[in-house]
Write a protein that binds this ligand. Structure first.
Ligand code: ZN
Ligand code: ZN
Length: 177
């Protein structure tokens, strides 16, 4: 059997993965099927039947920007200042009531005591300096970008945790009053 493929003139080229209009796209080196860059990332191997070629996409090789560093440091400093500046006043309040605190609250109070100790202050300074130094040295590395994004997002989880840990005993106090 002999197959002849003739391109249809005039029709916009469509991505073989999402079927949306395709500008340049990127072609499979084996069968010339074209996909968006993002669609290659989603598709993994070539979606054409019989062709399982994988395309290495360069999109992933983007390093970290100053914004990645700035966001991470902002969130880190926010967490640390909450531990040092906000939590102690709650601790005093809870101690005055003498109630048994939930485990989450005890954990938060413990973290606050560590953050306020000399070791905690040194650690915070060290993390800040090390973050800047690592950024300056490896900013073109995609791994560093992923690490900074991961650190920022996971550190943000501190705030709902802290809110809950402070909310639980407050409810306890209000109901006992
Ligand atoms: Zn697509
Ligand atoms: Zn292919």
């Amino acid at each position: 059997m002999h197959l002849l493929l003739v391109p249809r003139p005039g029709l916009p080229v469509r991505c073989a993965y999402c079927h949306d209009d395709l500008g340049e796209g990127r072609a499979c080196p084996s069968c010339a099927t074209r996909l968006h860059d993002e669609c290659w990332l989603l598709a993994g191997p070539c979606p054409t039947l019989g062709c399982r070629r994988r395309l290495r996409i360069l999109v992933e090789r983007v390093g970290a920007s100053v914004w990645h560093l700035a966001w991470w440091l902002a969130v880190f400093i926010a967490v640390w200042s909450t531990l040092v500046g906000v939590i102690p006043s709650f601790e005093t309040m809870f101690q005055e009531t003498g109630f048994l605190l939930p485990e989450a609250t005890e954990t938060l109070m413990g973290a606050s005591r560590v953050a306020r100790s000399p070791i905690g202050i040194w650690a915070a300074v060290l993390v800040t300096i090390a973050s800047i130094a690592v950024f300056r040295r490896w900013r073109s590395s995609p791994t560093l970008r992923r690490a900074l994004v991961g650190l920022t997002i996971s550190s943000l989880a501190f705030f709902p945790f802290a809110a809950l840990a402070l909310f639980l005993p407050t409810v306890q106090i209000c109901t006992k009053l």
